[in-house]
Design a protein around this ligand. Structure first.
Ligand code: GLG
Length: 841
């Protein structure tokens, strides 16, 4: 690869290369410079917001210098790269993470203090980057951290939403959504006004034969929208590698068309065009595990996929390699089916633009893509109507039909005469209107399909994708159990615990190799260690109690058992089971004598999570939780024995305060519905026990930490179908304790019972699809076991230490290594000598 800077000038460039600061003085100098010049302020009016801005810009400069070097190094090495396509990246805050990953938090702390600021206050100024709904988006963020930390040449590609996930306010017990306009000031992104891609929509396809008799398809007409790149540097932990997350923002195409309108006096409609184009990247769809089939969403998907593929292909073409080498140089991972159009788009580029034969192109395509499935819930599996597709992406629909035809022909050869099979696996569902089944397209166009926990990966093979296992063989399907980054979820969220672990395991090495935690096993019975361990948990609970007081006004006792369920509100996640359990506890306390009450361990039940704005049942659950809290929290019979808290606007930065403060957390989905769950891992890693069903990653967590250290309950996945059948066609008698809970609700004890009729009715009259009643008894019994176990603090602490010691498996570093080996076939690029000035990216 020849360098783009001629020899004579190169010296000057090298000599004056930006040098990342490493000392406190240099950091302060940078902060002051940014305050005075970038922000045009002075030391006399530098408030915390300005100090946050300046500190972030200082770190951003530092990151971008390393980013540049990393990109040069990767371009020079010319090895295989990974592109992680995700519609969601739930990044949270960046400053604290940047300081910790480059190892300069102490310097920043001292520097800021000399300038008159407390680092915690400065960190708290930052607005979360909340470009995601829940686990799927946060997984993408953890993966970026791991890929950089492990020195993989890897980019994330996503959308730069103007509005992230809405902010949740609780008004009179109800959820109210407020738009999250987060871009007012975002020091972490670099607009790349020179990297702009035209993306086409609508129009039609003209087909003809060229002189050589080859069939040619031209997609013409329609409209063009411009995609502008915004780059966000992703620093690895304790390595110079700084990868890129490239987010696309939409704008109307060139002024020419607008100009005509403008000149003809139609100024308003030319502005309207502009606005319509900008709508594409305006807002993140706020649904988790639900497909709504809205045209704008399909537009978002194609816009993002087309811009990303154009960028990837452009970069590949610079290397002047043969097309057949494409899959040797590039691995593209599809995070769920949202980017499935990338398969079609690459095929289109290769056959329509680059003139490759269908088969040659298709081999390249299928060797390039891998697809991760995140759910088996039918309402979450994406389908797009054929008429909608035809209108928006006419050429892509044709290609999908061809992909399907060749695929069905191969199925027919393998299973001659099996017409049912053809109907079942067709990418086109023969419904009214016809639908494109995106998961099937993703399977057919990828070389590997993975689930996100063992049970989930087994389930997809035996249920929704069963036929495809017969067609492609079992090797195409694999499992990569999810993981979390210990940098954010231990080191950053729980600095004292991280410090204690470091002091016992010989430094921060465990953050790079989480299996080192194993060394903690030998301290499980060490008195002194246990004392420190317990003190840290207590301090984290005090921190959360303060936060609860300041946000809800309720005083909670930090010595009480903190029982936490924070995640999206969803019937399958069963926050209703939890709150019914709380009401049962309330009834029990009310029926106790004062003597009996003295023996009960005080409890704080903490909930948090957003409901999709259109998900009425989930909103009803939030309402019930708040109303129960309003009654219980001021009942003098109850006092400290039970408090019920709903934390408003759960997000990543709040999770960093909440997670380290649990004694138990709840992961209680109906068996077989939660693909993995990842907060379960975060809570255990922070020294909390969990109460959970045999679902998702709970099963593997149990296997790692041992059955004695987890509270499992409830029916198994294999029995769910039969139970549902009995509810609908046999007899369905509710659990008697649950009936008492319902009776209390119906007595208007928590406000007008009419408001909760749909919720109780879904269980009493509508088949109890999520098996709340079936699991209720087992749940209550298990909660009693939790109460008992908590009384023996010595044993409890030992359990938490052993659990943390055995959590090494759940590092997202392990996941990324598995993806790299089993799916991407890529190697890390070790950081060696700088390779000088390379080509521009
Ligand atoms: C999904 C699943 C979760 C999973 C996550 C990451 O519902 O169980 O942990 O992806 O794979 N929508 C999600 O959050």
């Amino acid at each position: 690869v020849e360098a783009s800077i001629p020899e004579p000038q190169r010296d000057a460039w090298k000599k004056f290369q930006a040098k990342p600061f490493v000392s406190k003085d240099d950091f302060e100098k940078e902060v002051v410079r940014h305050v005075e010049t970038t922000l045009a302020r002075s030391m006399f009016n530098c408030d915390e917001t300005a100090a946050y801005a300046a500190a972030s810009l200082a770190f951003r400069d530092r990151l971008i210098t390393e980013w540049n070097r990393t990109q040069q190094r990767q371009t020079f090495a010319d090895t295989k790269r990974v592109y992680y396509l995700s519609l969601e990246f739930l990044m949270g805050r960046a400053l604290d993470n940047a300081m910790l990953n480059v190892g300069l938090k102490n310097i920043a702390k001292e520097g800021l203090s000399e300038l008159g600021f407390r680092i915690e206050d400065i960190i708290n100024q930052e607005h979360d980057a909340a470009l995601g709904n829940g686990g799927l988006g946060r997984l993408a963020a953890c993966f970026l951290d791991s890929m950089a930390s492990l020195n993989f040449p890897a980019w994330g590609y996503g959308l730069r939403y103007k509005y992230g996930i809405f902010k949740q306010e609780i008004v009179d017990g109800y959820q109210v959504e407020v738009p999250d306009y987060w871009l007012d000031f975002n020091p972490w992104e670099f607009p790349r006004h020179d990297i702009v891609v035209d993306v086409q929509f609508y129009g039609g396809v003209r087909k003809y034969q060229d002189e050589a008799g080859k069939n040619v398809a031209v997609w013409e007409g329609g409209e063009i929208v411009k995609a502008t790149a915004y780059d966000v540097p992703i620093p690895g932990f304790n390595t110079p590698t700084t990868n890129n997350m490239r987010l696309w923002s939409s704008k109307a195409a060139s002024g020419e068309f607008d100009f005509q309108k403008f000149n003809s006096g139609d100024y308003e409609s030319s502005v309207a065009d502009q606005q319509r184009a900008e709508t594409i990247s305006a807002v993140l769809y706020p649904n988790d595990n639900l497909d709504r089939g809205k045209e704008l969403r399909l537009k978002q998907q194609y816009f993002w996929v087309a811009a990303s593929l154009y960028d990837i292909v452009r970069r590949f073409k610079k290397s002047k390699r043969a097309w057949s080498e494409f899959p040797d140089q590039i691995a593209i991972q599809l995070n769920d089916t949202h980017p499935t159009l990338a398969i079609v788009e690459l095929q289109r580029i290769l056959i329509d633009m680059e003139g490759l034969d269908w088969d040659e192109a298709w081999t390249i395509v299928t060797n390039t893509f891998g697809y991760t499935n995140h759910t088996v819930l039918p309402e979450a599996l994406e389908k797009w109507s054929v008429p909608l597709f035809q209108n928006l992406l006419p050429r892509h629909l044709q290609i999908i039909y061809d992909i399907n035809m060749f695929f069905l022909q191969s199925v027919e050869r393998k299973f001659p005469g099996d017409r049912d099979m053809l109907g079942r696996v067709s990418i086109i569902e023969e419904s009214q209107p016809k639908m494109v089944r995106m998961a099937f397209l993703a399977i057919v166009g990828s070389h590997k399909v993975n689930g996100v926990a063992e049970l989930h990966s087994d389930l997809i093979k035996t249920t929704i994708f069963k036929d495809f296992v017969k067609i492609f063989g079992p090797d195409k399907f694999t499992n990569v159990t999810n993981g979390i980054t210990p940098r954010r979820w231990l080191h950053q969220a729980n600095p004292r615990l991280s410090e204690l672990i470091a002091s016992k395991t010989g430094g921060l090495g465990f953050l790079k190799d989480l299996n080192v935690l194993n060394e903690l096993e030998k301290f499980a019975d060490d008195k002194e260690f246990k004392k420190e361990w317990a003190e840290i948990k207590y301090a984290n609970k005090v921190r959360l109690a303060k936060y609860i007081k300041s946000t809800t006004g309720v005083t909670v006792n930090p010595a009480a058992l903190f029982d936490i369920q924070v995640k999206r509100i969803h019937e399958y996640k069963r926050q209703q089971l939890n709150i019914f359990g709380v009401i049962h506890r309330y009834l029990t306390i009310k029926a106790m004598t004062p003597e009996e009450r003295k023996k009960l361990a005080p409890r704080v039940s903490i909930f948090g999570g957003k409901a999709a704005p259109g998900y009425w049942m989930a909103k009803t659950i939030i309402h019930l939780i708040n109303n129960v809290g309003a009654v219980v929290n001021k009942d003098p019979d109850v006092g400290d024995l039970l408090k019920v808290i709903f934390l408003e606007d759960y997000n990543v930065s709040k999770a960093e305060i909440i997670t380290p403060a649990s004694d138990v957390s709840e992961h209680i989905s109906t068996a077989g519905t939660e693909a993995s769950g990842t907060s379960n891992m975060k809570f255990v890693l922070n020294g909390g026990l969990i109460i959970g069903t045999c679902d998702g990653a709970n099963i593997e967590i149990t296997r790692e930490i041992g059955e004695n250290n987890i509270f499992l309950f409830g029916n198994l996945a294999e029995d769910v179908e039969d139970l549902r059948h009995t509810h609908n066609y046999g007899s369905h008698t509710l659990d008697p304790d649950l009936v008492k809970v319902f009776d209390l609700i119906k007595s208007n004890a928590f406000g007008d019972a009419g408001a909760f009729g749909a919720l109780t009715g879904s269980i009493e009259d509508h088949g109890d699809y999520y098996l709340v009643s079936d699991d209720f008894h087992s749940y209550i019994q298990t909660q009693t076991l939790v109460d008992e176990a908590y009384k023996n603090q010595e044993e409890w602490i030992t359990k938490t230490i052993l659990s943390v010691a055995r959590m090494g498996f759940f590092s997202s570093d392990r996941c990324i290594n598995e993806y790299a080996e089993m799916i991407w076939n890529v190697e890390p690029l070790p950081v060696g000598k700088e390779s000088g000035l390379g080509k521009e990216e």
